[in-house]
Design a protein around this ligand. Structure first.
Ligand code: SF4
Length: 321
């Protein structure tokens, strides 16, 4: 198969103090499985606190997984020395300002990644690489001597991308890379991610809280709610035939150009807040906000089931609703 990355039953529980003598676990990611093919973009969406960012960071072993497996290019990398994989697997962060060292020039920020992995054999080669990387993301040689604060949000995100590309990665976790940017430049940055993918054969896990953002860039999309993956399918199907009530509610939040379209008829507005991941509801975690919940939903955890080829959802009542 051409799977580049696969996660199996991934769990990420963070211990927290809940009282003087008691401890609990935030179930940030609970039993999540998916794969990403080589050259593919998998979008991962959900409200803040759903576990999408934690999933991305656990895949890169920025957090040690509580349970489950991470398989990269056929190798189980869940517990191995991750250093050789740091080069192949990179991340672009949401806030390009916080993630760039304000005291370093742009050239040195990009150069540092080259140095860590010994990717240049001379000063001249290092410089040449830095300039090529800046050009690749639409910046120029003059920018190399300037500091992050001298740039706009969109340009800073380009610097973050150049830094990620400096080590010739195969796989990039794009962790809400456009959420902090002005709407006017979001499309430019998305287009750049797409161009880079074409040119360099990159594979992306593209994390966003908004379904509208991931629609065009993703081949397939996974939807998360309170630590669980609740639906997964190709992006076209997710928009035309969403199965899970939570996905339907996310889609009904996106304005529909044609009010007579079928999506408008299924309008679902969610009430209440996301429950705490420290004490998630029993059974289906979405049941406290689901308009279709029945008592049975409190009993068993719904498993991901395939309803049409490649289209998975986790809900007890898909057939009825
Ligand atoms: Fe709603 Fe029940 Fe389905 Fe959960 S299992 S999404 S509560 S209908």
């Amino acid at each position: 198969s051409d799977k580049l990355l696969e996660i199996q039953n991934l769990k990420q529980y963070f211990p927290v103090k809940t009282g003087t003598f008691s401890k609990g676990y935030v179930q940030a990611v609970d039993d999540v499985s998916f794969f990403i093919n080589r050259g593919e973009t998998l979008g991962l969406v959900g409200e803040s606190g759903c576990g999408k960012t934690t999933t991305g960071r656990t895949i890169l072993r920025l957090y040690e997984p509580t349970d489950g497996k991470i398989i990269y290019d056929g190798v189980d990398v869940t517990h191995v020395d991750f250093k050789p994989y740091r080069r192949k697997m990179q991340i672009v962060f949401q806030d390009p300002y916080a993630s760039l060292d304000a005291r370093m020039t742009v050239g040195d920020i990009v150069g540092e990644a080259i140095d860590i992995h010994n990717l240049a054999s001379s000063k001249a080669e290092r410089k040449e690489k830095i300039l090529a990387l800046l050009n690749r993301v639409g910046l120029n040689s003059e920018h190399a001597n300037r500091y992050p604060h001298e740039f706009s949000g969109g340009q800073r995100q380009r610097i973050g991308i150049a830094r990620a590309l400096a080590v010739n990665p195969e796989f990039i976790v794009c962790d809400e890379p456009i959420s902090a940017l002005d709407v006017s430049i979001q499309a430019q940055v998305i287009n750049m991610f797409e161009d880079l993918q074409q040119e360099l054969g990159l594979t992306y896990l593209f994390i966003a809280h908004d379904l509208a953002v991931v629609k065009h860039i993703s081949n397939r999309i996974g939807v998360m709610y309170l630590g669980k993956l609740v639906e997964l399918t190709d992006s076209k199907t997710l928009y035309s035939n969403p199965l899970h009530p939570y996905t339907k509610s996310l889609l009904s939040a996106i304005p529909v150009p044609d009010p007579k379209s079928s999506r408008e008829k299924q309008r679902i507005v969610l009430e209440g807040d996301i429950p705490s991941p420290l004490h998630p509801p029993t059974g289906c975690r979405f049941r406290t906000r689901c308009p279709y919940a029945v008592p049975e939903c409190a009993e068993a955890v719904p498993e991901m089931k395939e309803y049409e080829p490649g289209h998975f959802a986790a809900c007890h009542r898909i057939q009825e609703i």
